[in-house]
Ligand binder design. Structure first.
Ligand SMILES: [Zn+2]
Length: 256
């Protein structure tokens, strides 16, 4: 299908581009098979669905898709693996503790690909026209600033900070979950977040001078990550699931 590639702005044959990388979906399916859990439950806003296929859209040309693929592969190698090992957690060195109990770790041993990977997931969700991501928006200015950075034209935009939390395996397990990107405003900046196989990504954008408060823990500025139990994600999911309407196969199979 010919069209304008959203990343390089050229008229090209466009690929069916995934928003959340394909490996994560494959891994989720595989984990589901061995544990007997449903294949994949996705929660979007107030709707939970079991999806057989991932959502995708004709967004990128083959060359740009390949560019994203390199970052995705690097992240796939350090995320929680099908055998439950977690290379990223094994590799980082704890150097301190935050007031809320999380550990702070030196992440200079992790691939730099984590940074463009995180921004590319949010950018894809922001520029696609899919209904599931209608609430994920970087706004026109950052759509373009992210695009230029992801295409290799500019350094990372100034008003952006990336925080990454590695989740320790605690019950109930959430480190095998994918929570797709979502956005909201907090104080002076917008936060965009998603969870993928043990790694919680938090990107703060905008924020009239407040962003430097995040510098110390940030991956992009200071090569740090935090390590925690992810209780805030568990609480959010519990609240969310309580208000969720089941759709599709989830509605039919939910009472099993
Ligand atoms: Zn392209």
């Amino acid at each position: 299908m010919d069209g304008i590639c959203k990343l390089c702005n050229q008229l090209k044959d466009l690929r069916d581009s995934h928003i959340v990388p394909r490996w994560s979906h494959r891994r989720l399916v595989r984990v589901g098979e061995t544990t007997g859990m449903p294949r994949t439950i996705q929660v979007f806003d107030d709707t939970a669905m079991v999806l057989a296929t991932q959502d995708s859209e004709h967004l990128l040309c083959a060359e740009c898709e390949q560019r994203f693929g390199l970052w995705e592969n690097a992240v796939a190698r350090v995320a929680v693996q099908p055998d439950d090992s977690f290379p990223a957690l094994d590799r980082v060195a704890v150097i301190g503790a935050a007031a809320d109990g999380r550990k702070i770790a030196d992440a200079s041993t992790l691939p730099d690909d984590l940074i463009p990977f995180a921004l590319s997931i949010l950018w894809r969700a922001s520029v696609c026209g899919l209904e599931n991501y209608r609430n994920v928006s970087l706004g026109a200015r950052y759509n373009e600033e992210f695009r230029a950075y992801l295409h290799g034209e500019t350094p990372i935009p100034d008003n952006v900070r990336l925080l990454v939390q590695l989740l320790e395996p605690t019950e109930p397990r959430i480190d095998r979950l994918i929570v797709p990107p979502e956005s909201d405003a907090i104080g002076a900046y917008h936060r965009h977040q998603f969870l993928i196989f043990g790694m919680y990504f938090y990107v703060a954008v905008g924020g009239a001078g407040e962003l430097h408060l995040l510098d110390e823990e940030s991956l992009d500025r200071n090569r740090r990550v935090s390590i925690g139990t992810g209780d805030f994600i568990r609480r959010n999911l519990a609240l969310r699931v309580a208000g969720v309407q089941a759709r599709g196969a989830f509605a039919r199979d939910g009472n099993r």
